[in-house]
Design a binder for this molecule. Structure first.
Ligand SMILES: Cc1ncc(COP(=O)(O)O)c(C=O)c1O
Length: 456
């Protein structure tokens, strides 16, 4: 007997052929016993993709990261917090209390904006740090990654111009690319984004008739470089945004992970004209598994983002939001951040000391005062992408640097994460990596020697 589903399916196929909907000509349908329509129905997916989806590409970095998960490999590649930084016992206690006291709320749908107590607590927390906001200025999201997606959805039409750093966070460029943004880049140095270069770039873009919508920055302990924009440059960035009537997306997952040096003011705290949209997340100070982050912006922007979010996920998971609320309201979060800072600082020191000891003098690297990453720049002739398989052979891994650039550049750079490995692994991994780099440098010296002999 042929099932009802199979009959419906066959009818649908006949309809498509007759009407030739979307220009698709179904070629065959495989009905395997007991006649369930198979997923092998021959629909040519490429013909029905949106222009937007056609522009999306699978992350090759993801593919490279899979290789780094082989047993025995010391990986500095992922951007992962250390599992030792996850507050298991405190979370268990909070979850039990929540299930006992407020189970109807935590297991129910919530408001798209986020649960009121968390929004109020976060607004109060930001006011303590000099940012004049109330709960209406706060939208809770599923991680800052969703915030980047929503911002793109709300502000970007295909071909719109925006400015990013070179290098910059690749998850952000992925989101902007998905919405077909035209990304221009400005160099990032020891002091973060070069403000003179930004001013010049914007002047040129305006002269050419573009209207840049926003500049995206990770101002404190940037992913991938670990560098921080000093206070005077933050002020300059606001002046530039005002001059060109443009928004600043201030993405700041690492600002609370400062291990030394002076705390920098949030760009939003210096903004009197409403240019800044600030993103913060619990991923690096609590646990990324909760997927809880927040956007702070003017009410007008928040309202627009809420509309976009409604059709995206209805609401951020209330369960995680209530857990995050308990952490903030009971003050447990701040004690926990102190603990994480101690753990990560030791790892940072270990990595920098090992690099000082083992890395060849031709290599240069940043000395971040916080965050999770060190950025390495090798001589121009070393291609870190080509070197990657050789590092894997030595059982050590990193992220190839060119992935963090929107232009074709950065082939001699790499990002190292210092938070995930143990201190023993860090020492061992850096020694292994140093050998791989030294080998590439020696190889170049040898070829240079040959050239010198045969060049008249
Ligand atoms: C700069 C930056 N922005 C956003 C994110 C995404 O964070 P979340 O886990 O909150 O989605 C990350 C994650 O590493 C990041 O480094």
């Amino acid at each position: 007997m042929v099932s009802a589903t199979a009959l419906r399916c066959a009818r649908w196929m006949r309809y498509l052929v007759r009407e030739n909907k979307n220009g698709i000509t179904p070629k065959k349908i495989i009905l395997s016993p007991p006649y369930h329509p198979s997923v092998d129905i021959m629909v040519d997916v490429k013909n029905i993709l949106s222009e937007r989806a056609k522009g999306m590409k699978a992350s090759e970095i993801r593919e490279l990261l899979k290789l780094t998960q082989r047993p025995g490999i010391i990986s500095f590649a992922g951007g992962l917090p250390n599992p030792k930084a996850f507050p298991v016992e405190a979370t268990r206690k909070i979850i039990n209390e929540l299930l006992d006291d407020s189970c109807e709320q935590i297991l129910q749908y919530g408001a798209t904006e986020g649960i009121t107590p968390l929004r109020e607590a976060l607004a109060a927390h930001m006011r303590d740090r000099g940012i004049d906001v109330k709960k209406e200025n706060i939208l809770i999201t599923h991680g800052s990654q969703q915030a980047l997606d929503l911002i793109s959805k709300v502000f970007l039409d295909p071909g719109d111009t925006i400015v990013v750093g070179s290098p910059t966070y690749l998850g952000a460029t992925g989101a902007f690319r998905a919405f077909q943004a035209d990304m221009k880049s400005v160099p990032v140095g020891e002091d973060g984004m070069d403000m003179d270069a930004l001013d010049k770039e914007l002047e040129e873009l305006i002269r050419l008739g573009h209207r840049p919508k926003f500049v995206y920055v990770v101002p404190t302990f940037q992913n991938p470089s670990g560098v921080t924009i000093p206070a005077e440059n933050r002020k300059r960035l606001l002046e530039i945004a005002s001059k060109y009537d443009m928004m600043i997306i201030e993405d700041s997952p690492y600002s609370y992970l400062r291990y030394e040096g002076e705390t920098m003011p949030h760009i939003m705290s210096m903004d009197d004209e409403g240019h800044v949209v600030r993103l913060q997340t619990f991923s690096k100070i609590l646990a990324p598994g909760f997927r809880i982050a927040w956007i702070a912006a003017s009410e007008e922007i928040i309202n627009q983002l809420v509309i976009a979010k409604q059709s995206s996920d209805l609401c951020t998971n209330p369960f995680g939001q209530f857990v995050a609320y308990k952490y903030v309201s009971e003050g447990t979060l701040y004690k926990h951040i102190d603990y994480i800072k101690e753990l990560y600082n030791q790892k940072r020191i270990t990595m920098l000391e090992a690099m000082d000891k083992y890395f060849p003098k031709e290599a240069k690297w940043t000395r971040p005062q916080g965050g999770m990453f060190v950025w390495v720049t090798l001589p121009e002739y070393v291609n870190t992408r080509e070197m990657f398989p050789k590092a894997l052979e030595e059982n050590v891994a990193y992220v190839v640097g060119d992935a963090f650039f929107v232009e074709d550049e950065g082939y001699n750079t790499m990002r190292l994460n210092f938070t995930h490995s143990s201190e023993e692994e860090i020492k061992e991994g850096i020694e292994r990596l140093a050998k791989v780099i030294q080998h590439e440098i020696d190889k170049n010296d040898e070829t240079k020697g040959v050239e010198e002999i045969i060049t008249p």
